[in-house]
Design a binder for this molecule. Structure first.
Ligand SMILES: [Zn+2]
Length: 416
């Protein structure tokens, strides 16, 4: 749990009038309790009392308010208990986010509840790379088909977009998505206008980082780096001091363009020796003799060839580990992370090379930070981008649960 009792009690707030200060404390406490059950799942009121340092009656009031807002449900504990049983508080399944991930040949859409609860996933195949307008139409049609159902059980609280490109945080503008051929597409605004819902968007690697941090292999680490290797290169996201680093406009985390070999080949960005130009999935697939690139198939093929003593493959893996190690060394020295999470083919590389990558990082990074870091393979599988995209919306909702719900359009009524 990353919320301390001092935070929960609202100490350190700016001095204001008594009324508004009390309101701030209440908003803060409501946010803390909902954040705890979002991150940890069902918790008893006794556990929430211990975790927040608030008193029992305050926690009971806050829980009742969250139930009234349709964001949590309370139930009696099961099984026999000694003493007075403490009711269990968990996220409501009714308040959901629509997650959207446009890809080269499909638009992936999901329905995600608080607590990373993936309730539905729909893959809408396209015959060609979709335009931004086509994505809006697909999302509108899919959501129209589900809306009555979702709103009879609760409400849609927003839309989260994971975009394979550079996204401006302030308005969700897709500045550049080279693989989709999009430049300056106002996708968030278009979807928001079509659905009448709040929309939040981010680069897909940052979205993945967010998911790993809250629900995956980087869980509970306030300092984490995530690197994802796919067909189109290497992306990443950084968490420091318990928050995702976005930079001035949301463009931070371009780990794929970190210099790792000044004598290397030219990257698509124009520079020489970028990580993603030197460590590629294409080289690994070719050496493994496979066409399709899913991590499971790739890993199996690599292991078979390594067991057969394929020296060309061994040399390639050695080279990729050596260069990836340079990038990770820089991240370790710069950020002092507790965890580095590797997804896509980078996770495969980590696992097939035994301890070669951690050994390389330990040899390159400076004493101190190198002792703190663990390198782990990503998890969450196909849920990753859905859970992460939903997190873009839930992050806003968790900050001020009552205020967020009140600001939803008139149709998004409170439940309970
Ligand atoms: Zn580059």
């Amino acid at each position: 749990m990353r919320i301390s009792a001092a935070d929960a009690a609202g100490t350190g707030g700016a001095p204001t009038s008594l009324g508004s200060n009390l309101e701030n404390v209440r908003q803060h406490n409501l946010s803390t309790v909902l954040s705890l059950v979002h991150a940890n799942g069902a918790m008893s009121r006794a556990q929430l009392t211990r975790a927040t340092g608030l008193n029992r009656s305050t926690v009971a009031d806050l829980s009742a308010e969250l139930v009234g807002l349709g964001l949590a449900v309370e139930s009696e504990p099961v099984g026999s208990q000694i003493g007075r049983p403490s009711p269990v508080v968990e996220p409501s399944r009714g308040s959901v986010v629509i997650s959207v991930n446009p890809d080269l040949d499909a638009v992936e859409i999901g329905v995600i509840g608080l607590g990373g609860d993936v309730q539905r996933r729909v893959t809408y195949r396209t015959t060609r790379i979709p335009s931004a307008l086509e994505v809006v139409n697909v999302v509108s049609a899919v959501v129209a088909g589900m809306r009555d159902d979702l709103e009879s059980a609760g409400r849609i609280v927003g839309v989260g977009l994971a975009v394979p490109g550079i996204v401006r945080t302030s308005d969700g503008l897709v500045v550049d998505a080279p693989h989709l051929g999009w430049v300056g597409e106002p996708l968030s605004t278009l979807i928001g206008d079509a659905l009448g819902l709040p929309v939040f968007a981010a680069n897909d690697a940052q979205v993945g980082a967010s998911a790993q941090w809250v629900f995956g292999a980087g869980r509970n680490s306030a300092h984490m780096a995530y690197l994802y290797g796919g067909a189109s290169g290497i992306g990443g996201g950084l968490v420091a001091e318990g928050r995702l680093i976005t930079g001035t406009s949301g463009f931070a985390g371009q780990i794929g363009h970190m210099l790792v070999d000044s004598a290397g080949s030219r990257c698509d960005c124009g520079a020489i020796g970028c990580l993603e130009a030197q460590v590629t999935r294409r080289d690994l697939l070719e050496a493994a003799g496979v066409v399709a690139g899913d991590p499971v198939g790739l890993e199996a093929a690599l292991r078979t060839r390594l067991a057969a003593g394929d020296t060309r493959l061994t040399a390639l893996i050695d080279r990729q580990i050596r260069l990836l190690g340079v990038a990770l060394k820089n991240i370790v020295n710069l950020l002092n992370p507790g965890v580095i999470v590797l997804g896509g083919f980078l996770g495969v590389l980590l696992d097939v090379a035994a301890t070669a990558l951690p050994d390389r990082v330990a040899a390159l990074a400076i004493r101190g930070p190198r002792e703190d870091v663990m390198i782990r393979r990503a998890d969450l599988g196909a849920d990753l981008l859905h859970v992460g995209a939903a997190e873009l919306v839930f992050r806003e909702l968790l900050r001020d649960p009552a205020g967020y719900v009140a600001a939803l359009r008139p149709g998004g009524r409170a439940v309970g």
